[in-house]
Design a binder for this molecule. Structure first.
Ligand SMILES: Nc1nc2c(c(=O)[nH]1)N[C@H]1C(S)=C(S)[C@@H](COP(=O)(O)OP(=O)(O)OC[C@H]3O[C@@H](n4cnc5c(N)ncnc54)[C@H](O)[C@@H]3O)O[C@H]1N2
Ligand code: MOO
Ligand SMILES: [Mg+2]
Length: 426
């Protein structure tokens, strides 16, 4: 008898998968290797920044009240008693009408409380002593960059579970992190199945196509923050595929397969899960593409049986694998960010199942307008290159018209969301 699968609503499927989410261990990497990794601990300011009052300009440090009577026709004169560049600290302390020549970034000298920019001064020598004069008064604190004004000691600057950006690297360096505590990346094993699959370098042959899915999901895994391990492409042979899955589970945290997951004679993944004794969470989801996406759990590890059809495979990864990866990396925002947009093109196909149409969005006059790109078919590959969002068209509808308000899921965005985008779905 042909198996009849019962489609699970997307929301339920996602909830089931997330209930098996795990978190990674911590490892240490060098500061320079930390770009793109996820922080395993909050980044806290261990000292104030700047750590001392300093000059933001090249000029002269003065005592502001000495300049109180300076006027255009009545300049006030200061004796220049020292000169300091950034990195040097003056041993002098300012007395009445004394100034110290100071460079950008140098620590404010003792007794000084304002800086006069070089351009506003006249510098001259009398009896081999250097003087400078100014023609207007300055106030206490003028042109001083105060200790802690950038960030006070103890503030949480970046939360754990955040992707390390160039800006985070600047902060890590500021606070002396030669080594950074990051979350170990989940090792994602990737197996492509299909007797029709050729290597990328092979010429086409009748009935065959090149394997594209495994390379696509390797890149998706990297974008999500994981470490993909390509375990090869296999012919549709039960024993070969079974052994590959068993071996893979020894060395990876998460296993992805593509293809062989539907009801065809050579779709062996369902039988593999059965022989393994894995707990199959679901084998059909009420969505298009990717309805065949199957997820199983074995000894706490998740096995994602992604569709062989490229678009379905892509969608299956972003909707179900990505949040698992982000959760593993301690993210408090593991979900895809959802935004409301205006549909830029008619989409008149009726939707028995919720559709995740590959689309792209533009900002036009402050409005988010999204349109489908390429053919909306599960087996197409050409729509994927230009897509930066999924246009979500809920099931049970008769199609959508230009101008309708729709939801988008942003998969190129790194910020993510702390709320489950499917929460509001049927
Ligand atoms: N009788 C039914 N047939 C099908 C159903 C169904 O419900 N009843 N579902 C259809 C849907 S929906 C999808 S999606 C596909 C899923 O098929 P599988 O996941 O089992 O994948 P395969 O059969 O192995 O391959 C499907 C398709 O994708 C191509 N493919 C496979 N691997 C790759 C790869 N690595 N790179 C590029 N392309 C790949 C493969 O050649 C096939 O054309 O099943 C429908 N059928
Ligand atoms: O899983 Mo299939 O995408 O619904 O084409
Ligand atoms: Mg199949």
């Amino acid at each position: 008898m042909i198996e009849k699968r019962k489609p699970l609503p997307v929301k339920e499927a996602l909830k089931k998968v997330m209930s098996f989410a795990t978190v990674g261990d911590i490892e240490q990497v060098s500061l320079q290797e930390s770009f793109g990794r996820y922080l395993a601990e909050d980044l806290i300011a261990t000292h104030p920044v700047p750590p001392f009052d300093r000059s933001p300009y090249d000029g002269f440090a003065i005592r502001a009240h000495d300049s109180a009577n300076a006027k255009a026709d009545q300049p006030v004169e200061f004796e220049v008693i020292d000169e300091i560049g950034a990195g040097s600290v003056s041993k002098e302390s300012l007395g009445q009408n004394q100034a110290i020549r100071i460079m950008t970034g140098a620590q404010m000298p003792c007794g000084s409380d304002a800086v006069v920019m070089l351009e506003l001064t006249k510098v001259y020598k009398k009896d081999n002593i250097v003087y400078m004069s100014i023609k207007r008064p300055f106030h206490k604190g003028d042109n001083v960059s105060f200790k802690g004004e950038d960030t006070p000691e103890g503030s949480v600057l970046v939360k754990k579970g955040t992707c390390i950006t160039p800006g985070t690297i600047a902060l890590l360096a500021t606070f002396g992190y030669e080594k950074v505590q990051v979350v170990r990346q989940p090792r994602i094993g990737i197996i492509a199945t299909g007797s029709e699959l050729l290597e990328v370098g092979e010429p086409l042959e009748p009935g065959k196509i090149r394997n594209s899915n495994s390379f696509m999901i390797e890149a998706q895994a990297k974008r999500a923050g994981a470490r993909p391990i390509y375990l090869g492409k296999l012919a549709d042979d039960f024993e070969t595929c079974y052994k590959a899955v068993v071996d893979a589970l020894e060395e990876v945290d998460i296993l992805l397969t593509t293809g062989g997951v539907s009801v065809g004679d050579y779709d062996y993944l369902p039988d593999i899960y059965q022989r393994l004794g894995a707990n199959v969470l679901f084998n059909k989801i009420a969505m298009r593409p990717g309805s065949v996406t199957t997820v199983a759990e074995y000894n706490g590890k998740l096995l994602f049986g992604l569709s062989g059809n490229p678009s379905a495979c892509y969608v299956g990864f972003e909707l179900f694998v990505r949040p698992i990866v982000r959760h593993y990396l301690y993210s408090s925002r593991p979900h895809l960010q959802k935004v409301t947009a205006i549909l830029g093109k008619d989409f008149l196909k009726p939707n028995p199942f919720t559709r995740f149409v590959r689309g792209s969005f533009q900002l036009i006059d402050g409005q988010v307008i999204a349109s489908p790109v390429g053919l909306d078919k599960s087996n197409v590959v050409s729509s994927l290159a230009d897509a930066n969002v999924f246009i979500v068209l809920p099931g049970g509808t008769r199609g959508y018209k230009t101008g309708d308000m729709i939801d988008l899921l942003l998969f190129e965005d790194q910020l993510g969301s702390d709320t489950h985008w499917a929460e509001s779905f049927k």
